[in-house]
Design a protein around this ligand. Structure first.
Ligand code: CMC
Length: 393
């Protein structure tokens, strides 16, 4: 008490200690539990990365099978929940539905809401949420396109089952091709954690009041929605489409981004921590080329994105401010190639980020002496003054 330091946007304030993710923003390094992100993308799978982030170690074969079986199995939601989805207007944004549904899921699991859970109860909560969130996301999508909900097939692997619930229609069973499945796995690994970003800090903050995991994650989803955070992947594609519609005149948009009288920002550029190329963007860019080539897709907005990057990286405005493409700059182009609609991009980010949010919540609630998050402020309002009756105002 007494002396309070002001740190807008928490640029220099450590809010916790954590052993989950390491970032060196100057060097462009990202590691989960000490393992480099590029190595994980090459050798691991999203399911294994979930275990690594949440439990701290790569699983043994037995630990992996046990974990995976539980996650794959609990992939049904209560039938009543279907009516929640149909009550939303068809044009509702799937992020609004997802956050509401994750919170609503808690209603069907009163046994998982105890503030001080035993380890096995915490594990049950985690595996159920990891599994069911795919159903919630796929149903939100089906609602937005006015198609019938597709039931989960728990025998499928984590991502194939999600793609099945998204893209199977009454007339066609969807079987994802290997290229799409692998690219999605890589995207989810890249999204899986990023230490104390806005949504993860939100999950921690809500969870610090001992609110249950469903409520904490639901809050994280809301934080992720914003265009300065996860919502940037949708904003990037909308920006690239606008540039394409404007005759591909990307230089005009770069000039706008540099103009301090114009609120426009180059979406997918810049990062609070990375002052070097975002290692995730580097990996996604490579996959973008591979996937589009293998699927035989020529997407003109990929060319526009590459031209923007080329010009921005040699422009003094971007060099001085150390602004590089971030994870969201190329991810939308990949999602587009996979036929994921634009308004689902941030939902995809949320599905990928889920293990990171869970890992941070778990790390926090297991910490001895956990304290409620309660930032202070510097008051700049009126000093004490008398109430003025309405007729005198
Ligand atoms: N376009 C143009 N100028 C920019 C941009 C941009 N995308 N990003 C930052 N700047 C400028 C900013 O105007 C400021 O200039 P000046 O010093 O002259 O006032 C300087 O760079 C520093 O920017 P800042 O806003 O103080 O940086 P921040 O750390 O508070 O914000 C950011 C980080 C990611 C919110 C910001 O770079 C941004 O708005 N980027 C576009 C949105 C985006 O791509 N977000 C996704 C982030 S990565 C994934 C995730 O977090 O989910």
């Amino acid at each position: 008490t007494g002396y309070i330091t002001l740190d807008p946007g928490y640029a220099n304030t450590g809010s916790c200690t954590s052993a989950i993710t390491y970032i060196d923003g100057e060097k462009g390094i990202l590691r989960y539990r000490g393992i480099d992100i590029a190595e994980l993308c090459e050798k691991s799978t999203f399911m294994e990365v979930c275990y690594l982030l949440i439990y701290g170690e790569l699983p043994t074969a037995e630990q992996y099978t046990k974990f995976k079986d539980k996650v794959l199995f609990h992939s049904l939601i209560h039938e009543d929940m279907k009516s929640f989805f149909t009550s939303y207007p068809g044009h509702a944004h799937p992020m609004a539905i997802l956050s509401a549904m994750v919170c609503s899921l808690s209603v069907y699991h009163p046994e998982l809401l105890k503030p001080d859970q035993l380890p096995h109860e915490r594990d049950q909560t985690i595996t159920r949420l990891l599994s069911k969130v795919r159903v919630l996301a796929a149903f939100a999508y089906k609602r937005s396109v006015g198609e019938a909900f597709v039931y989960s097939r728990p025998e499928l692997d984590y991502l194939s089952n999600f793609l099945h619930m998204m893209f199977t229609t009454p007339v066609k069973l969807y079987e994802p091709d290997e290229v799409t499945r692998k690219a999605l796995d890589v995207l989810f690994i890249l999204h899986a954690d990023h230490e104390q970003n806005c949504s993860t800090s939100t999950v921690r903050m809500v969870g610090s009041s001992k609110a249950n995991l469903f409520a904490s994650i639901s809050a994280g989803i809301c934080a992720l929605w914003g265009p300065l955070h996860g919502g940037a992947n949708q904003a990037v594609i909308e920006m690239l489409e606008a540039i394409a519609a404007d005759g591909g005149n990307y230089k005009k948009y770069i000039d706008r981004a540099k103009d301090k009288n114009d609120p426009f920002r180059l979406m997918g550029f810049g990062h609070r921590v990375y002052k070097n190329y975002d290692p995730r963007a580097q990996i996604i860019k490579k996959h973008c080329d591979e996937v589009l080539n293998k699927l035989g897709i020529h997407d003109p907005i990929l060319e526009i994105a590459k031209r923007i990057e080329e010009v921005a990286l040699t422009d003094p405005y971007f060099i001085e401010r150390k602004l590089y493409p971030n994870v969201d700059f190329y991810s939308g182009i990949l999602y587009r190639a996979m036929k994921i609609p634009t308004n689902m991009f941030t939902v995809m980010f949320a599905l990928g980020r889920l293990p990171g949010w869970i890992a941070h919540w778990k790390e926090m609630v297991e910490e001895p002496g956990m304290r409620i998050a309660r930032p202070r402020q510097i008051y700049i309002g009126e000093q004490q003054r008398p109430y003025k009756p309405m007729h005198e105002r």
